[in-house]
Every structure is written in structure tokens, then in C-alpha cells.
Ligand binder design. Structure first.
Ligand SMILES: C[S@@+](CC[C@H](N)C(=O)[O-])C[C@H]1O[C@@H](n2cnc3c(N)ncnc32)[C@H](O)[C@@H]1O
Length: 354
């Protein structure tokens, strides 16, 4: 395929996902209003100006994604990476699950778990039906639906946002150019179903990849999906990111995608401190999470609507949190931030020993 044809195919692919996401949300919202009308609607309608701005910023994100692939930072194939089998298998279940969600929303139940789900050994802040997810993060059903639900939420651009961590990560690893690629260790904290590890595997085919998460079900799903890839299987480990089970100065780089908005403030600091501890001096930490309060003032209605529609108990405090100050407090330097579409990035370096 010529570059132009590949680019057009990528744009069409993204547009298809975007239309699908919008259609799904419009239809499910209309049905919810009929079947289970909310007592009051506290969401703020999006003006045509905000919708146009959103459209432009999603297009910019896709252009950046394309350009990184075109300049060889990662293979163009990963632009088309999509769990198709899961899509056909689990999309109907997204609909089957919706009435259960509406019932919990109606009853204002945000921590409901079936009796066969063991919630005992998890931090209290974690035992939640985050985004009204059935079983929270603690079942195979939840793990099977998660990727699909996130793609629907972000109109098909969740993976493009995750891929924005790859350029700064690869750049950070140039500090260790004397280390053979196979000996470079990269950790993805709160890896979930392993989407970021999947992209890391494609971008750094030789690196030693590691992923942690608190959810055994999500790690099972990650293991299943990562096993499909050629090359060494990333090492997965169930762990609280507030207490990482690795020795000091172990990793050359670390990533953390979409975790911090789901943590209370002290846990955010604890996770950053741990990432600092396990990184080698000179190591790079790349965070990707939601945009924050003043990043794009016109997106204020979106930041208001997200935790109004979804159960996100720590989101508002996250959007006002000074993450740069937290990174500095842990000891990180050279902190840089970026904003792409609905996501924000912090790129930070652990100080070199003199
Ligand atoms: C919104 S998901 C993000 C998952 C993945 N990084 C992604 O890009 O989709 C949040 C993930 O963080 C995990 N998590 C939440 N709190 C955690 C903690 N304290 N330690 C480890 N993992 C945690 C959850 O189990 C879940 O997989």
C-alpha cells in the first residue's frame, strides 16, 4: 500500500470507529431516557462550538498518530490494531449489561458486587463500580467488555491517545543507548487489559516488558491478548501500584495510562513515589490521563459531564490536582506536559546520580 492509501485507510478506519461510538452513545442514551429516565439531568449541553473544537482536536490527534507511524516510530500496522473477535463476541453483551447499569444508577448503588466476587484484600477506594462498570474491575465479564467500552466512550480514539506515550518513552530510552535493547526494562503500571503493553511490544520488540495491575481478571485478559503477539511475553504481576514489588532503580522507563483519575489524592502521590523508586536514575516516567481543569477552558462542560454521567468518585479532585508538584515532590525533574484531544501527558525524568 502506498503511504497515501494507508493514510486514507487509517482516516476511514478512525472515522468508522468514531461514527460507531457516536451512534452507540446516542442510541443508548435515548433508550435509557425511555426505560429508566433520570430524576434530573445535571449535564451541560455541548454547544456547536465545543463540538467543532472536539472534532478538530480528534483530527489533530489522529494526524499526530499517523505522523509518528510514518516517521517509523512505530509500525503503521498498529494503527489498525483492533480486537475484532472481541468486538463481535462482546458488543452484544455491552447491550445486555446496560439494563443492569441503569438499575444500579437508579438505585444510586456504586459499590455493588456479587457475593462470589472477593473484594476483601483491595484498597477501599478501589472497590467501586467505576464508570458504573458491572463488577468494577473484578470479573472476567468486566475485563472482556472494558476495551470496547473505552473505545465507545472516546469515539474510537482511546488507542491513539495511549500511543502518545510512545514517542516520549522512546526518546527517554535514548539516555540508555549503551544498554542493549533486550536489557532495557519498561514497566506499564495499572496496565489493565494490556493495550499499552501491546503497543510497547510493537514499538520496542526486544525490550523486557512488565505490567502490573490490581485486577486478576484484567491481567488474565492482558495475558490472553499479549500471548497473540510474536516475541517475548511481557511479565505480568498482580500488585497495588502504591507498593510495587520491584527493587529500587530497576526499570529504564515506566508508563501509566488512565489510572490517576481513579485514585484519591494520597494514592496518587504514593504511586508516583513508587514509580520514582523503581526507575533507574535517568529513567523516564510517562503518564497519560484525562485533561485537567484549565487545559482547555472550552472543554469545561465535558469535564463537568463525565463524572455526572459516570461513577468517577475521584475525577473532580484529579482535574484540579497539581500533578507536576507531585512529580517534583517525588524527586522527578525535567517535567514536560502535553495535551492531545481529551488526554494529558506528563513526561518526567528521575535525577541522575552525580
Ligand atoms: C481506567 S483503567 C486503565 C487501564 C489501562 N491502563 C488502559 O489504558 O486502559 C484503570 C486500571 O487501573 C487499575 N488500578 C486501579 N487502582 C490501582 C492500584 N492502586 N494499583 C494497581 N492497579 C490499579 C484497575 O484495575 C484498572 O485496570
Amino acid at each position: 500500500m502506498t503511504d497515501t492509501l494507508t493514510k486514507l485507510t487509517y482516516q476511514a478506519f478512525q472515522q468508522g470507529k468514531s461514527y460507531f461510538g457516536v451512534a452507540h452513545k446516542t442510541l443508548s442514551t435515548q433508550i435509557a431516557k425511555l426505560v429508566s429516565p433520570p430524576p434530573e439531568d445535571n449535564t451541560v449541553p455541548l454547544s456547536p462550538e465545543v463540538l467543532a473544537l472536539l472534532q478538530r482536536s480528534i483530527e489533530r490527534l489522529q494526524e499526530e498518530d499517523w505522523q509518528d507511524a510514518e516517521r517509523g516510530l512505530y509500525p503503521t500496522e498498529i494503527l489498525f490494531d483492533n480486537p475484532w473477535l472481541d468486538f463481535f463476541q462482546y458488543y452484544p453483551l455491552v447491550w445486555v449489561d446496560l439494563p443492569k447499569i441503569w438499575e444500579r444508577v437508579d438505585r444510586k448503588e456504586y459499590q455493588r458486587f456479587d457475593s462470589d466476587i472477593d473484594t476483601v484484600d483491595y484498597p477501599k477506594y478501589y472497590v467501586q463500580n467505576f464508570h458504573h462498570q458491572t463488577d468494577g474491575y473484578l470479573s472476567d465479564l468486566s475485563a472482556n467488555l472494558y476495551d470496547l467500552q473505552v473505545e465507545l466512550l472516546f469515539n474510537g480514539s482511546a488507542d491513539a491517545m495511549r500511543r502518545r506515550v510512545l514517542a516520549p518513552l522512546k526518546q527517554g530510552l535514548t539516555h540508555f543507548s549503551d544498554v542493549r535493547p533486550a536489557q532495557q526494562r519498561v514497566l506499564d503500571v495499572a496496565t489493565g487489559t494490556g493495550r499499552t503493553l501491546r503497543f510497547l511490544r510493537n514499538t520496542l520488540p526486544k525490550a523486557s516488558l512488565h505490567g502490573t495491575d490490581l485486577s486478576p481478571a484484567y491481567l488474565r485478559k492482558a495475558n490472553q491478548q499479549l500471548s497473540e503477539l510474536p516475541g517475548t511475553l511481557p511479565q505480568l504481576c498482580q500488585a497495588n501500584a502504591e507498593n510495587l514489588p520491584y527493587r529500587d532503580d530497576y526499570f529504564h522507563a515506566a508508563t501509566c495510562v488512565f489510572l490517576f483519575h481513579e485514585l484519591p489524592p494520597q494514592a496518587r502521590q504514593n504511586v508516583i513515589d513508587q514509580c520514582y523508586r523503581v526507575l533507574k536514575p535517568g529513567g523516564t516516567f510517562v503518564i497519560c490521563d484525562s485533561i485537567q481543569k484549565n487545559d482547555e477552558p472550552k472543554f469545561a462542560p465535558l469535564l463537568h459531564n463525565f463524572p455526572t454521567i459516570f461513577h468517577e468518585p475521584y475525577y473532580r479532585s484529579y482535574t484540579e490536582d497539581d500533578m507536576t508538584a507531585r512529580l517534583e515532590k517525588a524527586g522527578f525533574t525535567d517535567i514536560e506536559t502535553q495535551v492531545h484531544f481529551m488526554s494529558k501527558y506528563w513526561i518526567a525524568r528521575k535525577v541522575m546520580r552525580s
